[in-house]
Ligand binder design. Structure first.
Ligand code: GLU
Length: 326
């Protein structure tokens, strides 16, 4: 009995010694989580695609990446602030306001630890209305049932600014619903709302769903209030959604838009962000094939446009190595 106890102790002691001895060789696995958006949007594909590139190299760098669906831009900013998320996709207007602590981020104050990584595709403010709703421009919204978006989404953040510009509040509408991005198309088809608002890249699953199940139109977002926003804010630009992307929508539609940006924070290791951007840019052709909205991405635009916060040290290190920045 005694001998048995002794040998067990000796065995576990040897085991611990072996494990301790082995640990420097077997590098520790590190996990990163990227905040995206609704599953029928494009952010979800951005996160999944970045993770796919990162996870291809897990054997070498030991980083494992996952990209769950979230409430969108603002939820991603909050998730990175709290440390729940390491990186996230965020609209360029939300990046600007969160970094500077302006507009709807004024109360929380500037988030100076935010770091830019790269910019992705363009995101026009997209209004889809039921064909029988009588809405032909965003200015026809008063008195209608409009989904202004869930509070964690980027479109809600942008809509707050648009509503301010028009002098609207929630009482302006017959209904101001706050459905998640992924719920909007069904609500439109079921005739629970007249219009949905989505700041999103094209083509995407949500608007495909809305336009194939019922007769729905992408309507223009123009007028002097919109001109005023484009003039006032550096991150808003005129934008055209090309015709022919969705059933029953053959004409180009004028609107304004932002860019989707990929951000992180100073709390995330330089090495992790370095390996992430390296994985994307070293597999860039493969990456661009993962969604039609990525097709026209270019390295040059991705590291210069739409970025407000300073570049993350890990991203800057890789871009310097490639000779893209000084
Ligand atoms: N722009 C939207 C947001 O910030 C998300 C768009 C998407 O999921 O592609 O919430």
């Amino acid at each position: 009995m005694k001998r048995h106890v002794f040998s067990t102790a000796a065995f576990s002691g040897a085991f611990i010694a072996a494990a301790t001895f082995a640990s420097p060789a077997v590098a520790q696995e590190r996990y990163i989580t990227i905040g995206t958006g609704g599953q029928t949007g494009v952010y979800y594909v951005v996160g999944q695609s970045v993770c796919r590139m990162v996870n291809r190299g897990s054997d070498e760098h030991n980083i494992r990446c996952n990209a769950p669906s979230t409430g969108g831009s603002v939820a991603n900013v909050n998730g990175m602030k709290s440390g729940e998320l390491d990186m996230g996709v965020v609209q360029s207007d939300v990046q600007y306001r969160a970094y500077h602590g302006e507009a709807n981020f004024e109360e929380e104050g500037a988030w100076e630890d935010m770091r830019a990584v790269f910019t992705m595709h363009g995101e026009p403010l997209t209004v889809v209305a039921r064909a029988d709703s009588g809405i032909e421009n965003i200015s026809d919204f008063p008195g209608k049932r409009v989904n202004i978006g869930n509070p964690g989404s980027g479109q809600r953040n942008t809509m707050d600014v648009v509503m301010d510009a028009f002098g609207w509040d929630e009482d302006t509408f017959a209904l101001a619903s706050q459905l998640d991005a992924a719920e909007q198309a069904a609500a439109l088809s079921d005739n629970n709302i007249d219009a949905m608002v989505y700041v999103v890249g094209h083509p995407n699953g949500s608007i495909q769903e809305a336009t194939t199940t019922i007769d729905a139109r992408l309507v223009s977002v123009t007028g002097e209030e919109i001109d005023g926003l484009i003039e006032e804010y550096p991150y808003y630009t005129r934008s055209v959604i090309p015709g022919g992307l969705y059933r029953g929508n053959d004409e180009d539609v004028e609107t304004f838009g932002v860019a989707a940006t990929f951000v992180s924070s100073t709390a995330v290791d330089e090495d992790i962000v370095y390996e992430t951007v390296k994985a994307v840019f070293e597999n860039f052709d493969r990456f661009k094939r993962l969604h039609p909205a990525f097709e026209n991405l270019s390295e040059e635009d991705m590291i210069s446009d739409g970025l407000t916060a300073p570049l993350h040290d890990g991203a800057a290190r890789y871009y310097r190595e490639r000779g893209w920045i000084e």
